[in-house]
Design a protein around this ligand. Structure first.
Ligand SMILES: [Zn+2]
Length: 336
């Protein structure tokens, strides 16, 4: 069993929506202190509602859950709960998504959201020794104008944000819809990532690379439907942030033994393993590693490679990447 090795290796997580780490218990606690009604009368009944057949089913609940978050302290508590989980799992670096429009559209200020999240990240770095970067996602079901507005709001906080991303409903909202705002974000000095090929076709992955000029693709699974694209991703080594339990829970795969991670690895792509929205999908990062290790029979070498990839694909500088790589290598070489 490689479970213990998975636990011991220092890991980076590159695809985690902070609002998707909102555990029902904390959600009820925060909703109650803010006097917000959640439409569910208990933690149990809320958990029972986590039955999804596609991405949209989850998104409907995800936006509802967010409504409990009102003041800076709420965003701090949400973020600190995830960072404490990182500590338990030996995640030493996290690149975290947040969805400002999910809050500003409810009347919560951009500054409230980012200041709460950032305070927890600063404290986690000091007290827990976990480094992090923040990635601001645009909601793709909204129009590009709204994304431009959000980009403007971010400028006062640019020192806290490393990249922009793109999430929410994929089908019917192709990457070209956001070509202008991504160009502007790059011009302003942001790095770029975007969800693609989770539910959308291979063409969305191709267009995300070519039109949005991303540094990483979030998910990317359906690139496998286009052999030419797979070749070009293997050549460029643009990283894919794959989320196994999310794919299972949202119906992207019906059985973990058929998860495309195996084929992505065998095709020579730069893939990483991540948790996406762990409070909703049944497991944090280690659980995702364990699920694919068991179902796909990943070897020790493959697990170590995936963990190394999580740092290589990160936005850490080369010196820090080398330090983490050396640490991984010393642990794995002692492991029989
Ligand atoms: Zn995601």
């Amino acid at each position: 069993m490689l479970t213990e090795l998975i636990q011991r290796l220092p890991k980076a997580e590159l695809h985690i929506h902070i609002e998707g780490s909102f555990e029902p218990e904390l959600m009820f606690e925060i909703a109650s202190r803010n006097k917000i009604n959640l439409d569910y009368d208990s933690v149990e009944s809320l958990k029972n509602a986590y039955q999804f057949t596609q991405l949209q089913d989850f998104l409907d609940l995800y936006y509802q859950g967010m409504s409990a978050l009102q003041i800076e302290q709420d965003f701090y508590d949400l973020t600190m709960a995830y960072m404490q989980q990182c500590k338990l799992e030996n995640i030493v670096h996290a690149e975290i998504f947040f969805d400002p429009q999910g809050h500003t559209h409810r009347g919560v200020d951009f500054a409230t959201v980012i200041n709460g999240i950032n305070a927890a990240l600063v404290e986690a770095e000091q007290n827990l020794g976990i480094s992090s970067h923040l990635i601001m996602c645009f909601l793709r079901h909204l129009d590009e104008q709204d994304a431009f507005k959000t980009l403007d709001q971010s400028l006062a906080h640019q020192d806290k944000i490393i990249a922009v991303g793109l999430d929410s409903t994929e089908l019917g909202h192709p990457p070209q819809k956001f070509e202008g705002v991504f160009a502007k974000a790059r011009e302003l000095g942001y790095l770029c990532v975007a969800h693609a090929g989770e539910e959308g076709p291979a063409q969305y992955v191709k267009d995300t690379v070519e039109l949005l000029q991303v540094n990483r693709i979030d998910h990317g699974n359906r690139c496998l439907e286009d052999p030419q694209l797979v070749k070009s991703l293997a050549y460029s080594q643009i990283p894919l942030t794959v989320c196994p339990l999310s794919n299972l829970k949202l119906g992207g795969v019906s059985d973990m033994r058929q998860h495309p991670l195996r084929e992505l690895i065998d095709s020579g792509l730069m893939v990483t393993v991540n948790s996406d929205d762990p409070a909703y999908f049944g497991g944090y990062l280690s659980q995702n590693f364990i699920a694919v290790q068991e179902s796909l029979g990943l070897s020790k070498t493959e697990i170590v490679q995936l963990v190394e990839n999580s740092f290589k694909a990160s936005f850490l500088n080369d010196e820090l990447k080398q330090q983490h790589m050396a640490h991984i290598s010393s642990i794995s070489s002692e492991w029989n």
